[in-house]
Design a protein around this ligand. Structure first.
Ligand SMILES: Cc1cc2nc3c(=O)[nH]c(=O)nc-3n(C[C@H](O)[C@H](O)[C@H](O)COP(=O)(O)O)c2cc1C
Length: 356
């Protein structure tokens, strides 16, 4: 079914970028949970558009309204529905996209699947606007995980070919990662951040776009969470992460690079410290056999360059006729800047789901 994720937690995403609202119904939350609304709004503010001149200039407050499932300051345990009303829509800018297809966006595939009946304004249901409810869900998941001592953090690992410094997979970088959250580009290294800023500005000014990578760390994971095969941590987080618009790759631990190593270099050697079993390296990204081994979980998510660019491009319309496409509307020159919090949210949802 479309836009429904069904596990211990069940999510049903709905809405379109320029419709009345976007939202989610969450089923499977425990009863009696008290939300920290300030923390939820802080998470939403990290994703919201119009925060800086390096993101889309659409301005939405991303205030939410809970319609059900929260009563007398507690979750009820019954389905919780939350909506985000759309305010700053300029649908006229998208009128040509009813019949003309942006290269590498979902205009063509959406047109075919929904036979031309879908809401194409501002990307419709394919828009990243629909990730606001995911960040809301993730903020709740983070609050529940925090009680269990689990924390999900992230940073931008690279923008185009500009990389931040490497962070080890064995150490705890929580404090470092918390301290960069107020930056426009969540990189640790100031020089890389500056270069990335210039690169995005250059792209924006020349009508182009760039992609990049988000690196996510999950700390405090006890060993033994997850399953083999179809419900492994990698398969659950992977399937959730690939639901984020614009994601084209996910790597755990050493990722694709591990294929170049010998066993002697790739193997994570065990040792005992106090009462815990740990590994000296963490090339497996904290997961073996689909199950957490107690080391930090580490993953990297690759985002493509924004499909909507302001350089004129060749394309076709729904009649198959060749056209020249000169886009209007407001777009992120680099979606990665707003994506880190979405990656964290998705990981928090996936991990909480295993713990319930
Ligand atoms: C935070 C965020 C912001 C995005 N902003 C834009 C945007 O302004 N313009 C655009 O064309 N795509 C944007 N995207 C990506 C599109 O939504 C995505 O490329 C499109 O839905 C097609 O899906 P696919 O790339 O996964 O195939 C954004 C994605 C995210 C996660």
């Amino acid at each position: 079914m479309s836009s429904i994720w069904s596990s211990n937690i069940k999510l049903s995403l709905f809405g379109e970028s320029h419709g009345t609202c976007v939202g989610v119904t969450i089923d499977g939350l425990p009863p009696g949970v008290v939300f920290n609304f300030a923390e939820i709004q802080t998470e939403l503010n990290r994703r919201k558009p119009g925060n800086t001149c390096l993101t889309t200039q659409r301005s939405e407050s991303d205030e939410f309204e809970i319609l059900s499932g929260y009563f007398n300051d507690y979750t009820t345990g019954t389905p919780l529905t939350v909506i985000f009303k759309n305010h700053d829509t300029k649908s006229k800018d998208y009128s040509r996209l009813k019949e003309e297809f942006r290269p590498s966006h979902a205009d063509f595939t959406g047109y075919v699947k929904y036979q031309g009946f879908h809401d194409f304004r501002g990307g419709g249901h394919f828009s990243a606007r629909v990730t606001a409810p995911l960040v809301f869900t993730g903020a709740i998941a983070k609050q529940l995980l925090k009680i269990k001592g689990i924390e999900v953090c992230s940073r931008i690992k690279s923008i185009a070919d500009i990389s931040d410094i490497a962070l080890s997979y064995t150490e705890d970088h929580r404090e470092l990662l918390r301290n960069i959250q107020s930056k426009i580009i969540l990189m640790v290294d100031g020089m890389s951040e500056e270069l990335a800023k210039l690169k995005i500005e250059e792209m924006r000014n020349s009508g182009d776009s760039v992609g990049g990578k988000v690196e996510c760390f999950i700390y405090g994971m006890p060993a033994g969470i997850g399953n083999p095969f179809f419900n492994s941590i990698e398969s659950q987080l992977g399937s959730l992460l690939f639901s984020i618009p614009g994601v084209k790759g996910v790597e755990f631990g050493k990722g694709f690079e591990i294929s170049k190593l010998r066993g002697t270099a790739a193997n994570d050697i065990f040792y005992s410290e106090k009462d815990e079993i740990k590994t000296r390296t963490n090339h497996s990204g904290g997961i073996q056999g689909g199950i957490s081994n107690g080391m930090p979980i580490n993953l990297v998510v690759a985002f493509k360059p924004t499909a909507s660019i302001f350089t004129e491009q060749e394309s076709v319309n729904c009649h198959g006729e060749k056209i020249k496409l000169q886009l209007q509307g407001r777009h992120d020159p680099c979606i990665v800047l707003r994506a880190a919090v979405i990656v964290e949210a998705i990981c928090a949802i996936g991990i909480l789901d295993f713990m319930l």
